[in-house]
Each structure stands twice: as C-alpha cells, then as structure tokens.
Design a protein around this ligand. Structure first.
Ligand code: TPP
Ligand code: MG
Length: 597
C-alpha cells in the first residue's frame, strides 16, 4: 500500500472521480490541502471567489448544468460556516457537491483552539452542517479517508442527489498513512430503479382511460435526463405537460403540449389544466406550496377528485402532500421507458382527448390575449415583460439562464420558454439570494461555449457583488442582467398586500427624504474591470444584451425595471393565518367532491 499524505489522497480521489475544479477559499485550516492542489494544477483547478457562499453556489450551478459534481474547499470555523445557506439551497433542489471543510488539529480537540466550534462537542462542524447535507463525514485519521471519500462521492450522486460534507482536521491533511486511493464512484444515473411491472400496467391503464390527463414534471425528470422519453410519451398520448421551474425544458416549452409553470405565479393554462384534470401523473415533482397554490383545493390541483400517479426516487416525497392512487418508487427515465414499452402493445386512442385539447387551446388563447399586449409596450422604467421577451429573442436555445430570487424570477417562471433541459437554473426550494448571481460563474465553467446570463434583482446582486472580481480574475465571461427596481420588491409587494400599503425595510432609500437609492451598478462593474452598461429605456435593452453576449467578456447590464408592474397571479399562495388573494386572472374551480373517484 502506498504511503501518502492525507491531502494528496484527497486530491488523487478528486482526480480519479474526474472532478476538474475545486471552488474554495483559503484559511489556516486548509493550507495543507491547497499545497497538495498546487502540485496537481495540470489535473484539477482551484478557483477562489471572494466569499464561500459564492464557491458553493458555483459548485451547485456547475452540477445542475453538467450533472457532474465539483468540490468546494473552505477553512475551519467562519469560512465553513459561510456555506450553510448555499448547502441548503443545493439540498432543497437535489444538487450534488462535495464540500470539503477543514477543522482544527485532532491533537487540539476540546482545548478551544483558534476557530474551534466546541460548546457541546469537539470540532463540532458536523453538527452544524448535518441538517443541510445528505451526509457528513469527519475522518480523524488518514486511514479513515479512503472509506469516507468513497462513501461521500457515492452518496452525493445516488438516488436523489445532494451535497455531502467531508470535514478534515488540519493534521489529517498533513499526516501520512498507508492508504489506497479508492476506486471511482458511480456517476449520476448509473444506478437506476424501475417500477414494479404491475404498477406500470396499472399506470398505463389509467393513462389510457383518462379523459383529462396531465403530466406534472419536476427536477427528477431533469436529473434522470429523461427529456426524450418524456417528450415521446407526452406526444404519443397527447398528454399536456405542466412543469416546476427545475423541470423547465425537459419538454421544449414551445411545444403545444407544454403548459409551463403552475401555482400562484404559474401560467393560466397550466393552473386550468391542473385543476380540471381527472388524472395527474407527477414525475420527480413534489407539489411544494408554490407549485400547488399552498394546497388550497381548486386553485392548482383537485385531489382526491383527480387520480394521482406519483413517481419519485425519494420515498419521502411520495404522498408527502397528496396521497397517491399509485405511488411508484422509481427513476423517472426508467419509468418512462417502461411506459413507452408498454404502449407498444396498447391500442391507439385516436381523438380520445379532442375535447381536452380544445379546452386547453381555449385557455391558452385567453391567456395570450390577456398577456400579449403588455409584451409590446415600450416604457421607461422598463416594463418587465419586455426584458423577458428580449432575452427570449436574443439568447440561443442552448443559453443558460442563472436565475436569482425575487419578483424578477416570478416573471421568468411565468413566461420563460426553455427549449432544452438544464438551461434554466433556479433556487427553487430554499430561494437563497445570491444563487443566480454567483451560480452563473459555475454554470459558465460547466459550459464554456454557451452564453450564460444571470438574471439578478438589485437586492440579490448586492448580496454577492464581489462576483465581479472573480469573473475578472478567472476570465469567466458571464452576463449579469441586474433587474433594478430599487427595492426588495417581491417582499415589498407582500408587505403592501398584507398590511394595507405600509412599508418598512423593503426598499432602498437615501436619507430622510426617501429618495430611491442604489449604487451605480455599471460604474461598480467598470471599477472592477467588468464592462458596465446602464439601460433605462426598453428600446435599448435588446441591443445591449446582444452586445453583451457577443463580447464574450464579463458584462453587467443595469436595467431599470418598473417595480409597479406585477406579474398576474393565476393561482394562490397562502401564509396562514393571513388571508390569500384570489387570482388576478382565472379563478379556482372546485368540483363536487363526493363521491370521490
Ligand atoms: C439570503 C436571503 N435573504 C432574504 C431572503 C428573502 N427575500 C426573498 S426575495 C427578497 C428580495 C429580492 O430583492 P431583489 O433581488 O431586488 O429582487 P426583486 O424582488 O426586487 O425582483 C428577499 C429579501 C432570501 N430569499 N434569501
Ligand atoms: Mg429589486
């Protein structure tokens, strides 16, 4: 067995797993690891952003684009404490990353050395990180590293992917042991589970008998790379597809069968189809409050009036919110292939869904007629619709949108038409501000030949503005579109709605006269070495974006958008005990609930 330093073993393991990047920030705790990476720069590259949060968002986004993981490296104490939020962002959205954290030397455990977290237990990072990772490991001897590393890289990609943590005391990087580099772990999608044949037959039977069927697809379909199978199945039976944001593009969203997002900020045809369906086949989607109108009957869905086939790789998601008629613990692609195989011997049902399709077309036409005129209005400040429309017009089908959080994101959820999977990144479950702004850097490293555009509110961007430095230092040509409405507008609107128009702490003002304030974002960019352009007229945005994408350099567009134009709600969202608003377009529909089924 070779004798190796712990840090070199870790490096070798990363290389063997074809992990090309470590996104990390130095600290005294991890200098041993940095020194090992120094010797392996031809095989693995360190990218060192200015905040640990950014490092973890970058790794998360990298995985979402490529479905291959990278690692982060942070030091003991505060450096690693800074990655808790982005780890939960990754965990909520089933995104894998290997978070290597450093800790104090085992020889000093419990003596309260510099940066030890030890109020209740020695070197206690594991207890901080455990709720936000799939699994945390703390090998305290070099001999413990091979097993911990192999388990960590296997766990993060198995079943439902997610972040894992390997916490390494300072001396374990430095000390030597007689150790073998573990074999490479299985890649994402190498281990897939299928549905029981009886369940496949029953599901197919229900799908063939339904009068008003709908597919509801989420990140599980994206992660299992089941786009072709989903599209084939939907087309074969003519079943419309409703999508959660992380399932966007698994069917080309310009396909007439694609209805878009559902829920308060969804598209009207989607909510209409959801609440009128008699069968919902949910695949890798979990009916969270934002895609289920907070589970209020009749706004997005009507269970148990509608039958539900729920397919997921995570047993905890099956029936979490709605008890399924058939619960199937299976990988999305495998299940869809099973359905397609079953269809080969099924009788075609020509015209069976004619009425359903006609209804859906009617809803789509109503929605178009209601929304379309606003897409053509030029104004200053700019109407939100114009920004979405020009992004759609300028960006090629394979461009990647790295979306941040806020009302700007609601516009993209409602109107963006992703043409391909893994082209729209969203912090969906945890909505961590900074994800889109920082994630763009990781996305660009994952897809260097494709345009990457971050859509970031002024609030989100100001949380991680140092991304500008990283783009320049490492020459990462991303475009940031700053959706500048001088407010934490999404929260301001909630505050307005709930508290009779009173506002505190949800907009940016300077001084006592309440003058709207923001830094000059374009100047800020230029000061960092990034091209910066201010856009205040809608007529100028398209050209500015074209220029930015062509330039192939980091560019920031500071786009002044009207905060007082709000996306029309087509479903509901409730924060008990406060009342919820009725949709601005469409209304709830609750069928006679008895007899159910
Ligand atoms: C780290 C973090 N802090 C706070 C929030 C709560 N929050 C959600 S959206 C939002 C405002 C976002 O403002 P901005 O980026 O300007 O987007 P806008 O809504 O104005 O489009 C806030 C504060 C959050 N999701 N994440
Ligand atoms: Mg804002």
């Amino acid at each position: 067995m070779p004798r190796m330093k712990g840090a070199d073993l870790i490096t070798e393991h990363l290389v063997r797993n074809k992990i090309p990047y470590v996104f990390g920030i130095c600290g005294h705790g991890n200098v041993g690891m940095l020194d090992s990476l120094y010797g392996a720069q031809d095989k693995i590259k360190l990218v060192s952003p200015r905040h640990e949060q950014v490092a973890a968002h970058m790794a998360d986004a990298y995985f979402r684009v490529r479905h291959e993981p990278v690692a982060t490296l942070t030091s003991c104490g505060p450096g690693s404490a800074n990655i808790i939020m982005p780890l939960q962002v990754a965990l909520s959205d089933s995104s894998a990353l290997l978070a290597i954290t450093a800790n104090v030397p085992t020889q000093q455990f419990n003596r309260s050395p510099f940066q030890e977290i030890n109020r209740h237990y020695q070197a206690d990072f594991v207890n901080i990180v455990r709720p936000v990772v799939k699994r945390a490991f703390q090998p305290t001897r070099v001999e413990m590293l091979p097993l911990a590393l192999r388990q960590a890289t296997t766990t993060m990609l198995s079943g439902r992917p997610g972040p894992v943590n390997v916490d390494v005391p300072f001396n374990v990087f430095q000390e030597e042991g007689d150790v073998e580099v573990p074999a490479a772990s299985p890649k994402l999608g190498m281990r897939r589970s299928g549905a029981a044949p009886d369940d496949v037959a029953a599901a197919l039977d229900m799908a063939l008998k339904a009068q008003r069927p709908a597919l509801f697809v989420g990140h599980g379909v994206t992660l299992s790379e089941a786009s072709a199978e989903l599209t084939a199945f939907a087309r074969k039976l003519g079943i419309p597809v409703i999508s959660s944001p992380n399932g966007f593009g698994t069917i080309d969203m310009t396909d007439p069968l694609s209805l878009g997002f559902i829920g308060r900020n969804g598209a009207y045809p989607s909510n209409q189809a959801g609440r009128h369906a008699d069968l919902v086949i949910a695949i890798g989607a979990r009916f969270d409050d934002r895609s289920a109108s907070s589970w209020l009957p009749g706004y997005s869905w009507n269970f148990p009036h509608a039958k539900l086939i729920h397919v997921d790789v995570d047993p905890d998601e099956l029936g979490r919110n709605y008890p399924p008629d058939i619960a199937i613990l299976a990988d999305a692609r495998t299940f869809l292939r099973q359905l397609l195989a079953g269809l080969e011997s099924a009788k075609p049902r020509e015209g069976a869904l004619k009425q359903w399709h006609a209804e859906i077309k009617g809803w789509r036409d109503e929605w178009e007629a209601f929304t379309k005129p606003n897409f053509d209005i030029h104004a200053s400040p700019i109407r939100p619709e114009r920004v979405v429309a020009d992004c759609q017009a300028v960006l090629p089908d394979d461009a990647i949108l790295s979306c941040d959080v806020g009302v700007n994101h609601n516009w993209y959820m409602q109107f963006w038409k992703a043409r391909r999977p893994q082209t729209m990144l969203n912090s969906w479950g945890f909505s961590g501000m900074g994800f889109g702004t920082a994630g763009a850097l990781g996305a660009k490293l994952a897809a260097p030949d494709r345009p990457v555009v971050a859509i970031a509110g002024d609030g989100c961007f100001t949380m991680v503005p140092h991304v500008l430095c990283t783009a320049v230092e490492y020459d990462i040509p991303v475009v940031w579109v700053i959706w500048n409405n001088f407010a934490w507008a999404s929260i301001r609107d909630i505050q307005y709605g709930m508290f009779g128009g009173r506002e505190l702490g949800t907009a940016f003002y300077q001084g006592a006269n309440q003058k709207p304030y923001n830094p000059d974002f374009a100047a800020w960019a230029r000061a960092s070495g990034v091209e910066g352009i201010t856009v205040t007229k809608s007529q100028d945005f398209k050209g500015a974006l074209e220029h930015a994408v062509k330039l192939n350099k980091p560019v920031l567009l500071d786009v002044h958008v009207d905060a007082n134009v709000r996306p029309p709600a087509t479903g509901a969202w409730q924060l008990p005990p406060t009342p919820y608003n009725e949709p601005a377009f469409g209304k709830a529909w609750v069928p006679e609930m008895a007899p159910a089924k």
